[in-house]
Design a protein around this ligand. Structure first.
Ligand code: TLP
Length: 349
């Protein structure tokens, strides 16, 4: 019997638990010491990930945060600068790791509503050879861009940003925590989306349902260096094929179905935004996230909404003082969506 989730948990896709198939694969995984590079299941996952993303090599890491941090630590020295969005996860939600652990400097530019960074602003932000200034080494772009609404960043933009980065000898890293959602939304392959980037981190443990782990993909020498930094950070794990086994199922069986989550997010957005007091703050969903602006005059206290929903087994997240974030995933079914809409229609201010 497959374990089910106790709540309709819409707080994030990070809350997903592994499928029954994953648990069986985990129990039966062939393992070895991955610090010796002897875990066959990790090796298989890394080869599969590198091929799928079109990069030379890949490295299994504990989290998206670690993947992004390794990319930065490998590329930059202390005092170097990274251009990134001010709504990017790397800037907002990675505990300032790049500065705390690497002495590396974020130069944030405003994310535009479509999640991109204005290319002219990026060009202007790149430093010259002035002895007073830090060196710009790197640009990070997030795809899908979470805080801007879970928006996918187009192939054309990715190519333009990459060209700008190349012309200025900058390393382009993609925080592709949800790159497969972006690819599903844009109806292209994840490989095409990151083809012009130097490196990418993607997460196995969000919409793809694996319990733990992300993968950093990039050039061979870059990944070799990332492996050293991973060890330095205490992230050299041993018989970790137990986890990689779930990651392999995630890549084999969970990618194709992501558009179902997108469809359910669209249904939720359409239905909930018709209820007085709620509107779509970041437009119609393009992937698995719905952002709802709450009218303060109707619902002065968001905690009251969360409490009523929780009583009906529904959990929601908040992304601002008056904003609710809802994320769909494997464990949210069509029936769950109907239940959420029914309960929401009966909320009391
Ligand atoms: N995002 C989480 C929270 O940390 C906000 C969420 O619920 O959305 N990049 C992006 C774009 C992310 O959204 C996240 C997680 C990460 C990186 C970090 O991944 P983990 O949690 O594996 O370190």
């Amino acid at each position: 019997m497959e374990e089910k989730m106790r709540f309709i948990d819409l707080r994030s896709d990070t809350v997903t638990i592994p499928t029954a198939e994953m648990r069986i694969a985990m129990a039966n995984a062939a393992v070895g010491d991955d610090v010796y590079r002897e875990d066959p299941t990790v090796n298989k996952l890394e080869e599969k990930a590198a091929m799928l993303l079109g990069k030379e090599r890949a490295l299994f890491v504990s989290s998206g945060t670690m993947g992004n941090l390794l990319a930065i630590l490998v590329t930059c020295k202390a005092g170097d600068e990274v251009i990134m969005g001010n709504q990017g996860h790397t800037f907002l939600h990675e505990v300032g790791g790049m500065s705390a652990l690497g002495g590396i400097f974020p130069n944030t530019l405003p994310n535009q509503p479509d999640g991109t960074l204005d290319l002219a602003m990026v060009a202007r932000a790149i430093r010259g050879e002035d002895i007073h200034e830090p060196r710009t080494r790197m640009v990070i772009i997030e795809n899908t861009q979470n805080q801007c609404g879970g928006v996918p960043i187009s192939l054309t933009y990715m190519q333009q940003l990459s060209q700008l980065a190349r012309e200025n000898e900058l390393f382009l890293h993609v925080d592709g925590a949800r790159i497969f959602n972006a690819a599903a939304a844009l109806q292209c392959s994840a490989k095409d989306l990151v083809q012009t980037a130097d490196s990418v981190t993607f997460c196995l443990s969000k919409g793809l349902c694996a319990p733990v782990g992300s993968v950093l993909c990039g050039p061979q020498d870059f990944i070799e260096e990332a492996r050293r930094f991973r060890k330095m950070l205490g992230g050299g794990m041993r018989q970790v094929g137990i986890l990689a086994a779930a990651g392999i199922i995630a890549l084999d069986n969970m990618v194709e179905r992501l558009s179902e989550d997108h469809r359910r997010a669209t249904v939720l957005a359409e239905q909930l935004s018709q209820i007085p007091g709620f509107s779509l703050s970041k437009g119609k969903p393009q992937s698995n996230m719905v952002f709802l602006q709450v009218d303060h005059t109707v619902y002065p206290d968001l905690a009251v909404i969360a409490e009523q929903l929780k009583k009906e087994s529904i959990l929601i997240g908040f992304s601002g003082p008056d904003e609710i974030r809802i994320v769909t995933h494997y464990w949210v079914s069509d029936l769950d969506v109907q239940h959420v809409v029914r309960v929401w229609q009966n909320l009391q201010p």
